[in-house]
Design a protein around this ligand. Structure first.
Ligand code: ARG
Length: 461
């Protein structure tokens, strides 16, 4: 047991207590951030004359050697230490002696862990943003290639109106674009440095908090030392953004699963992204999409878990907050894996455009356009709606689609039908004429695609 405290204790900690209290097995993920934060801290201590520059040099050299040895596998992080902070400090003192004992001057583990976690989450916000950028590029490519790939759009999972694959993919582009922007907002709000808050009340040493904030790439120091050690809002914001990303991925997965089913066959998932059955030789299952959908629950769970942990904690630091780590780490890994695998699946999926188009032509997806046709001929919309409703019933009886009826059959329902109706209600016309901003008409979509290109170029720089 290597602990940073013990002076006021008269007996050793019970082993079970030690194990229950220790966080080293999971907070070792913060190792790089702990080293980086300590280097910034001692650099500032030396500049302020709180330690000498020789001491600073020794400490920084010691920290770098610990870092290298851990990376090379020469030094193993074990549960002999309470947490990652104790591990680093104990090893530093072993290596450089007394100067090492000065590293923690003017610092508490409370602001240290607050800093480490913030640095870690900040890095992960950027990495998840990168994954989102990748998926946005994949969607952009799919959209550009499928402006005239017709397919049915659904409401209530029933065919509703014709649209295009580009339009459908564009809906997800919008969702992931908002997810990306949400992360950007979170970054802006969280990018302030808690180091120097001490246990919660600052310190009497003349620390230069602006300096450490700058060294660590923050916009500036946090402005209330009590809040600095007690705040985990940025983790909650991140978990909530991650939950929304999973919700989007899960809906997308659900659609891929439906489209991949034997009944739809809109898509064929690449063999590299499918799995088989141990008993049914014919099976090729969409397991990746199903797992992404399934893992959504555990990311929501992480959000609920931390919200609940935080809700009753009095200010300032309490050990409950150590519970922020495992759930946050797990959610981050889950979302990154899901985004990367989903993107791989999407890049390699094959869309059966002939089947999608045929499906769009069936199921009366042009019924609204047929009603609009009658409106154009002078019939009030509500009457046109009723006429087409009767026409659909007629079609169901004859087992035909509207455009398969003869002109005489059409005119038996309404005298306002003329030969030009066939052109007016073709799937192509139905889509091409939908030209309002955000609609599937290829000319409207091209303009939207241009703005997406500008957006992607901006965020890629
Ligand atoms: N392992 C602790 C955590 O993750 C570090 C902070 C410990 N601070 C303390 N006052 N016990 O929160």
């Amino acid at each position: 047991m290597a602990q940073l405290w013990g002076g006021r204790f008269t007996k050793a900690t019970e082993q079970q207590v030690y194990d229950f209290n220790a966080s080293i097995l999971f907070d070792q993920k913060l190792f790089d951030q702990d080293i980086e934060g300590s280097i910034a801290h001692v650099t500032m201590l030396a500049k302020q004359g709180i330690i000498t520059s020789d001491e600073m040099d020794d400490i920084i050299k010691g920290l770098n050697s610990i870092s290298n040895d851990v990376k090379d596998g020469k030094l193993i992080i074990t549960n002999e230490y309470e947490d990652v902070h104790s591990f680093v400090e104990a090893n530093l003192i072993d290596r450089i002696g007394d100067a090492g004992k000065k590293m923690h001057t003017g610092r508490s583990r409370n602001d240290q862990v607050a800093l480490d976690m913030r640095l870690y989450v900040r890095k992960e916000v950027q990495e998840v943003s990168d994954d989102l950028r990748t998926i946005l590029e994949t969607l952009y490519k799919l959209m550009s290639e499928n402006l005239e790939t017709f397919m049915p759009g659904f409401t209530h999972l029933q065919k509703a109106q014709p649209t295009t694959l580009a339009h459908h993919m564009g809906a997800y582009f919008e969702m992931f674009k908002r997810d990306y922007l949400r992360l950007k907002d979170i970054y802006e709000r969280m990018n302030y440095c808690p180091l120097g808050a001490g246990a919660f009340a600052g310190t009497t040493y003349p620390l230069d908090r602006d300096m450490t904030a700058e060294l660590l790439g923050f916009y500036g120091p946090t402005l209330n030392s009590m809040d600095s050690v007690a705040d985990r809002d940025y983790c909650l914001e991140f978990l909530s953004a991650l939950s929304i990303i999973m919700m989007h991925l899960s809906r997308f997965s659900e659609e891929i699963i439906i489209w991949n089913s034997n009944e739809y066959r809109f898509v064929e998932i690449d063999d590299g992204f499918s799995t088989g059955s141990s008993i049914m030789p014919q099976k090729k299952n969409p397991d990746i999409a199903e797992l992404v959908r399934g893992k959504t629950g555990r990311v929501y769970g992480a959000l609920m878990s931390l919200l609940t942990t935080m809700k009753g904690i009095p200010l300032a630091y309490n050990k409950d907050m150590q519970e922020d780590k495992e759930v946050t780490f797990d959610a981050i890994k889950t979302v990154k894996d899901c985004l990367e695998l989903f993107n791989g699946m999407l890049e390699t999926i094959r869309f059966n455009s002939a089947i999608m188009e045929k499906s769009a032509a069936k199921g009366f997806t042009n019924a609204t356009d047929a009603a609009d046709y009658l409106v154009m001929k002078g019939v009030p919309f509500r009457d046109a709606h009723g006429i087409i409703g009767r026409l659909v019933l007629f079609c169901i009886e004859k087992d035909k689609s509207i455009d398969e009826l003869t002109i005489d059959e059409l005119r038996s329902i309404s005298k306002d039908f003329d030969e030009d109706v066939y052109e007016a209600i073709s799937i192509k016309t139905c889509v091409d004429k939908r030209l309002t901003v955000g609609a599937p008409g290829p000319d409207a979509m091209k303009k939207v695609l241009d703005t997406y290109r500008t957006f992607l170029d901006e965020i890629n720089n």
